[in-house]
Design a protein around this ligand. Structure first.
Ligand code: NGO
Length: 533
């Protein structure tokens, strides 16, 4: 009873509270329901519309801390530009699939509800329904709710991403969306080794990729130039390999402490992104050998390297010290990583003989399972029979990979001539490389993961990943310029049903997204292939 009175008082307050002075273009810049990137599985517009107002509340699944946290994240994303309080509270009633009545009767409400109990949705899908009184997101699990809120934010006018109050009406087109991913793995990779990017920069990148329902961030943490993750049993790896000057061209340096890493893992998890750590071996190990000469066959430390050559370093395959080192690293990485995968590299081992490579992988791949994780490596590992239970990441440019087809490994598709975000857009792009080709946004979008490599068909494919190697990239602006707008292209290939694939549709949605990046302060590439709003 008392609660009811309080609620009515709150409602009365929200009615008499001074209304903002709205600008003219009412509703004009509200996106259509079909504007979302990546394209949802099904979109059904109606002619209704919902308006977020000063009185709008956000209601979350009773008893679910994750739903409450997602509600608070949604409110935090919407408060700066709307200036509305957007209180977040657990809803009072549990109910079936129909949207729940809100605490305030007809008060506009956004509800985030679990228990959708809809098999189509899986753990990451969601239903989003919008009518004139409420917006409801329903999901089987919290990840689905989070994904639903990312779609919802894209349905608000672009000014929602502005850092300060924007005087306008916040109208959302009505209808319903049923959405779930084509592939469970949609990754982005960031090279921390060639140039170290600080935890703050990595967090910002996590914010930016999670908007497109990317759910894995692969961190390339070691290479010839540097070692970027604290390993307690081998402390010189970061003391020397993470020292100032260990970046390409002697620029930068740095490493993640275990505390930094744990903080990143938590930050990513709150955005439903899982961290995949990579230690590259048996090649790409010069920095480790500079720190520990016992990791070479002759015991002599090689000179530190800050150039961008590849394929010249190798662990000593016949030495037991190597396997003690590798096991220590894998054990510590597994202990600090809640996610299922440990990436052990395996690419460009030209300095290791083919026989030694097999010996190494046969011994090391099972070590990952020993510490409770699934081994993951570049597709070169598929030569080893032990890769049958691993994940192999295709990074070729051709359309054949016989070892991948016969290995039994699950495959993540990262064809270098389509997904490598470090490739230049065109000959004049000031950053990046071009060994795999020039990649405009239509090239990044123009392929199908299930037909890309002969014999690697949909059931074998875990998903897609867009790697961003950082030989030429130093700061966050560089990262953003190379990732956007190509990363959303890869995100759509990983999330959206093949039937929705359409350059005309994607390019139009991307063009309309431009103002959001502007409000967000993201330094994206204004591709001439796109008509930007
Ligand atoms: C290759 C190489 C990396 C480079 C990258 C640059 C793989 C898997 N190994 O991709 O060491 O940084 O190209 O594009």
């Amino acid at each position: 009873m008392t609660l009811r009175v309080l609620m009515l008082a709150a409602l009365a307050f929200s009615v008499i509270a001074p209304a903002p002075a709205f600008g003219s273009g009412i509703g004009r810049e509200s996106p259509a329901l079909s504007a979302v990137i990546p394209a949802p599985a099904t979109v059904l517009p109606t002619n209704q519309r919902f308006q977020v107002t000063r009185g709008t509340g956000i209601y979350t699944q009773p008893g679910s801390a994750p739903a409450l946290a997602i509600g608070e994240q949604l409110a935090q994303a919407m408060r700066p530009a709307t200036g509305f309080p957007l209180p977040v509270r657990p809803a009072l009633r549990n109910g079936p699939l129909s949207p729940w009545p809100s605490l305030f009767g007809d008060e506009p409400a956004i509800s985030l509800l679990l228990g959708a109990n809809d098999a189509r949705l899986g753990p990451e899908g969601y239903l989003l329904t919008i009518d004139h009184t409420r917006v409801t997101i329903q999901a089987n699990a919290a990840a689905g709710l989070f994904n639903g809120t990312q779609s919802l934010l894209q349905l608000l006018p672009a000014q929602i991403d502005a850092p300060t109050v924007q005087r306008r009406r916040w109208i959302i087109a009505g209808g319903s969306i049923v959405d779930y991913p084509r592939f469970g793995y949609r990754g982005a990779m960031l090279d921390e080794a060639r140039h170290f990017h600080t935890p703050a920069e990595v967090k910002r990148y996590i914010d930016e990729i999670s908007r497109f329902k990317i759910n894995y961030l692969h961190l390339h943490l070691s290479d010839d130039q540097g070692w970027r993750i604290q390993i307690d049993s081998w402390p010189r790896l970061t003391e020397i390999g993470g020292a100032p000057g260990t970046g390409v061209d002697g620029v930068g340096g740095g490493f993640l402490t275990k505390a930094d890493y744990a903080d990143l893992v938590r930050y990513a998890a709150a955005r439903y992104v899982t961290i995949v750590p990579e230690i590259d071996m048996p090649g790409h190990v010069n920095a480790a050998q500079v720190a520990y000469p016992s990791l070479t066959c002759d015991g002599v430390a090689p000179p530190p390297r800050t150039d961008t050559e590849v394929g010249y370093s190798s662990l000593c395959i016949s030495s037991e010290t190597t396997y003690r080192f590798v096991e220590d690293v894998i054990r510590e990485l597994a202990a600090m990583t809640p996610g299922p995968y440990i990436h052990i590299g395996g690419d460009e081992a030209q300095a290791t003989s083919p026989a030694d490579y097999l010996t190494f992988e046969q011994r090391v791949l099972p070590l990952v399972a020993k510490y409770g994780k699934t081994a993951y490596g570049w597709h070169d590992i598929a030569q080893a029979p032990a890769a049958a239970s691993a994940v192999a990441q295709f990074w070729g440019t051709g359309n054949t990979a016989p070892d991948l087809v016969t290995s039994g490994a699950k495959v993540v598709m990262s064809p270098a001539n389509q997904t490598y975000l470090d490739m230049k857009y065109n000959e004049d792009t000031p950053l990046g490389q071009d060994w795999a080709g020039l990649i405009e946004v239509d090239t990044a979008y123009g392929w199908d993961p299930a037909t890309r490599v002969r014999g690697v068909t949909e059931p074998a494919i875990l998903g897609v990943e867009a790697p961003l190697w950082s030989e030429t990239l130093r700061d966050l602006d560089d990262i953003e310029f190379m990732a956007f707008p190509r990363l959303p292209a890869i995100a759509e290939l990983g999330w959206s049903p093949a039937a929705t694939h359409s350059w005309a549709s994607f390019s139009a949605r991307l063009g309309a997204y431009g103002p959001r990046w502007e409000w967000q302060g993201v330094d994206f590439y204004r591709s001439p292939k796109i008509t930007w709003s």
